[in-house]
Every structure is written in C-alpha cells, then in structure tokens.
Design a protein around this ligand. Structure first.
Ligand code: PMP
Length: 370
C-alpha cells in the first residue's frame, strides 16, 4: 500500500455521489435466486422481444468467419444497409452498442461540466444517467398528468440547455409525441433528440427519421433491441445532421459496433418483413392484454403504442404485487417515482403469456382482498 496515494480523492466527486442506473436482472440470476429452471421464468420486465432474433440473423452470426478480425470502424455495410432501409444518406447515420451508446456519445460530444440537459420524466433513466456521467446538469421538466409534454415549460428550460431527450413512444408511459410538439421544439435553440426505440410498435409511419436531413437540430435514435430482438447483441443507431455524425464517428470507440452485431443488423434488415409481422403480433397481444388488465378493477392500464403496458394500481401495493409475481417466476418492472406512484410496467410477451399473467394477477388480487 502506498500511503501517499488516495484513490478516492482522484475520482470525480460527482461520480462518487451518483445514484447509478438500475438495470434489469438477467434470467439465469433470477432463476437461481428462485431455485427454478430459467425456462420457467416469465421475464416481462425488460421490454425484450419474446420471439428472439430473426432466423436470418442467427444464420448470419453462425456463418460469419471474421470474428478474429476487428470490425470496420466506419461501419460501412451496416450504415449502407440502414441508408437503403430508411431512405436517408449513410453520412447521417452512426451505429453503436445499442442506442444507449448513442445517448452517451451525443452527451460527450456536446456537454461540458455543468451544461444543462432537459429530461422529461417519467421517462427512460439513461438520459439523466448519461448526463451525469458526462458532467452535465439534468433539468427535469415533468410531463403533464396525461404524460404529454409541457412544451411551454420545456421552452423555458431549454434556454439554459444544450440538448433535450424525448422518447417517442415514451418508456414507461407508452405514449407518442405529436408532430406539432416536435415542430415547436425544433424552433428552439437546442438539439432535440427523439428516441424511437419502440417506434415499430406504433407504426414506422409515425417516425421522424426522414425529417433529419432538413434540420440542423434533430437527432432520431433507433435500435434493433426491440423490433428485431437483438437486445443482447447491443445494436443501435442514430440518424443526425452530418456534422454531428462526423463528430460522433470521430469520438466513438473505433470498434464500438462488434462483428456479430453488424452482421445480425444487416441480416435483420434483409428479414424485415418477418420481423415486422412479429411486431404486428406483439402489438395485437398488447391490445388484448390491455383489455384483460382493464377488467381487473384495481388495475388501470394506460394506452400504449409500445411493447409494454404501464399500469396504475389502486388500493393495492404495487411493490407487494411485483414481489408476489416474482415469487411465481413472473418478473415485471415496479415504479414509484414522484410522477408514478404505485405503478407496474408489464412487457408484452407471447399470446399464451397473457393468460399466465392475468391468472397470476387475479389470484394475487384475491389474496389481497380485491
Ligand atoms: N431508449 C428507450 C426509450 C429504451 O426504453 C431503451 C431500452 N430499454 C433504450 C433506448 C435502449 O435501447 P438499446 O438496447 O438500443 O440500448
């Protein structure tokens, strides 16, 4: 031990104080805790795709022979394939380790210590998390009671901010942002990042991605984690003004998109028809699950355009319900933030999972006197 060196004093004090992001627990860990087989777990806490990757993506990963070679730092094949898929030039596109990577890169490119970043809770926790890691200052502008954006309040906050993050559809509330709201935000002196991780479940005709080339302050983030079932591979991208794309290509880790993710992304785009059929199936399952949840008088499901349903629980402790579900091997996400007291978020699984979760909820309701 060197008595002259104090490691703690060298670490950024704001990082030592950070609360951190609360990630989801992997299936095998959950199964081990419960003493049951991983196959017996019904994992509805991560908004993952219950169908998994497309067969073409799995074949592409299995047949690829270049894993001993570093990936292309310019991500040429993937960016070209995305360019054809989206109808936006490859120069606007940057890929990364999930869209999380793009959130982090944008903040590292823009933010210096103390810069403001607008966040509209309840929303995805990575925006404040990555802002804090980058040394930025989170300016919270809460959503209205119906989870729409308070554009006037955002406009006031944006004066002191460099960037604003918005998810559409939003996680965990499931609602989408309107074109009118976007237009009002684009008129402000701020970079607007619209995170469309779940847009396929809402209908890609609602995407703002094709507007990017016409705007100097619009970024759209997308991912293969949800519609294409590649969450475990980490495959996301952003569509942004060329200058910002150049800057992110410059500062990103050169090999941030691994070979397996790259080939799986290209193969998924080639199999988009099948994947979008699955997305339609999930959207149908979601709508049927929402109707069945609404039949329980202690659960108020919110309308959702994503692959999950946010539920307010009335007269029953949501944490207790979450724990009881977990005891039976069913995992959902619990929220108890200021704007979301006593809520659960249930990811949409396969059609047959609807009956399993509804039966479990009915039984828990009865046990709790509902
Ligand atoms: N944005 C939102 C709104 C999300 O909910 C998630 C995942 N939970 C992500 C981005 C992250 O996606 P990825 O797996 O591409 O990093």
């Amino acid at each position: 031990m060197n008595p002259r060196f104090d490691l703690r004093s060298r670490i950024r004090p704001d990082i030592l104080d950070m609360p951190g992001y609360v990630p989801i627990v992997p299936t095998d860990v959950l199964a081990e805790r419960l003493g049951i087989a991983p196959e017996a777990i019904l994992k509805l806490d991560g908004n993952e795709n219950p169908f998994g990757p497309s067969p073409a993506a799995l074949r592409a990963i299995a047949t690829e022979r270049g894993y001993h070679i570093y990936p292309d730092p310019d991500q040429r094949r993937v960016r070209d394939a995305l360019s054809s898929h989206l109808g936006v030039a490859a120069a606007h596109i940057v890929c990364g380790l999930g869209s999380d990577d793009l959130i982090d890169l944008i903040l590292r490119a823009l933010v210096v210590q103390g810069d403001g970043v607008v966040n509209c809770p309840p929303t995805f926790g990575m925006y404040p998390f990555s802002t804090e890691v980058a040394g930025g200052r989170v300016i919270d502008v809460p959503r209205r009671e119906d989870f729409t954006l308070d554009i006037d309040a955002i406009a006031r906050a944006a004066v002191a901010a460099k960037v604003i993050f918005l998810a559409s559809p939003n996680n965990p509330t499931g609602n989408r942002m309107s074109r009118d709201d976007l237009d009002r935000l684009l008129a402000l002196d701020v970079l607007v990042v619209v995170d469309e991780a779940y847009i396929e479940f809402a209908g890609t005709e609602h995407s703002f991605v094709t507007l990017v080339p016409e705007h100097e302050n619009l970024v759209v983030l997308r991912t293969f984690s949800k519609w294409a079932g590649l969450a475990g591979l980490r495959a996301g991208y952003g569509v942004m003004p060329k200058l910002l794309a150049d800057v992110l290509m410059l500062i990103k880790q050169p090999y941030n998109l691994n070979v397996a993710a790259g080939v799986a992304m290209v193969a998924s785009l080639g199999d988009a028809e099948l994947l979008m059929e699955r997305v339609c199936t999930i959207a149908g399952t979601r709508n049927r699950l929402a109707s069945r949840l609404a039949e329980l008088d202690w659960i108020a499901p919110y309308p959702s355009e994503a692959n999950f349903i946010l539920c307010r629980l009335d007269g029953v402790d949501a944490l207790e319900v979450k724990d009881r579900l977990a005891g039976g091997g069913i995992f959902v996400r619990y929220f108890d933030a200021p704007a979301l007291r006593n809520h659960l978020r249930i990811s949409v699984g396969l059609e047959e999972h609807n009956a399993v979760i509804i039966d479990a909820l009915r039984q828990i309701g009865a046990e709790l006197g509902r």
